[in-house]
Ligand binder design. Structure first.
Ligand code: PGA
Length: 249
């Protein structure tokens, strides 16, 4: 069975709750699709307003991060229950910006992935290599390591529902997209890694996105690749272009 494409916007630290509603009103008619699943991952404080604004549409709302404890003395963090209660159903885990600026590690990513599943949230698990690692020729080894740690103790039933976003760090926000062949090579390697960790069924079911300067001009070529099941989109998710990415065909 063909996998559905999933296109997720990652708004990063943009849009107040008021602006979020305005943007959603603009994008709503543009992202309507029967074929593609559409997710807006928004700042935590925007979630309630965003959930309200997308009612009656095909759009799902996600968080951009989450802590791995249930509650307590973790000033400033957001608990899984808070995200669920606010009405979001997805959560981005381990984005490279969180790894770089907020000291996230493969181990904390794994804890968060397990927590997300425990609470019925679908994690969008990010992985990706730096330019230096690509130049050293260690991209595939590096990504396989990230994936293996992220999926420690994740069951096959859970893994089937996961989304992995392959985002080469050198392509994020730089306007420098990986070529569709480069992106496919790594997404294929990720699927092979999942097959080794679980089985063919899980590998065929799991969603693997590409992210890094996806735009209206390159989405069709990227999404045509057999192992690229859609995209995680930063900059272009804040513009009407996002509609063209969702309706890339
Ligand atoms: P970009 O960001 O599309 O702006 O490169 C992608 C991401 O960081 O998820």
């Amino acid at each position: 069975m063909a996998r559905r494409k999933v296109v997720a916007g990652n708004w990063k630290m943009n849009m107040t709750p008021t602006q979020a509603v305005e943007l959603i009103e603009t994008l709503k008619p543009l992202v309507a699709s029967d074929e593609v699943d559409v997710i807006f991952c928004v700042p935590a404080i925007d979630i309630p307003a965003a959930v309200e604004a997308v009612k009656g549409t095909n759009i799902k709302i996600g968080a951009e991060n989450m802590y791995f404890e249930e509650k307590g003395a973790y000033t400033g963090e957001i608990a899984p229950d808070m995200i669920v209660d606010a009405g979001a159903t997805y959560v981005i885990i381990g984005h490279s910006e969180r790894r770089e600026y907020f000291a996230e590690t493969d181990e904390t990513v794994n804890k968060k992935v397990l927590k997300a599943f425990e609470h019925g949230l679908t994690p969008i698990i990010c992985c990706g290599e730096s330019l230096k690692q690509r130049e050293q020729g260690i991209t595939i080894d590096w990504i396989r390591q990230q994936i293996k740690i992220a999926f420690l103790e994740v069951t096959a039933e859970q893994a089937k529902k996961a989304i992995i976003a392959y985002e080469p760090i050198w392509a994020i926000g730089t306007g420098k997209t990986a070529t569709s062949d480069q992106a496919e090579e790594v997404c294929f390697a990720i699927r092979c890694c999942i097959k080794e960790l679980y089985n063919e069924e899980v590998a065929e079911a799991i969603t693997i996105q590409y992210g890094g300067s996806v735009n209206a001009g390159n989405a069709a070529e990227l999404f045509a690749k057999p192992d690229i099941d859609g995209g995680l989109v930063g900059g272009a998710s804040l513009k009407p272009d996002f509609g063209k990415i969702v309706n890339y065909k």
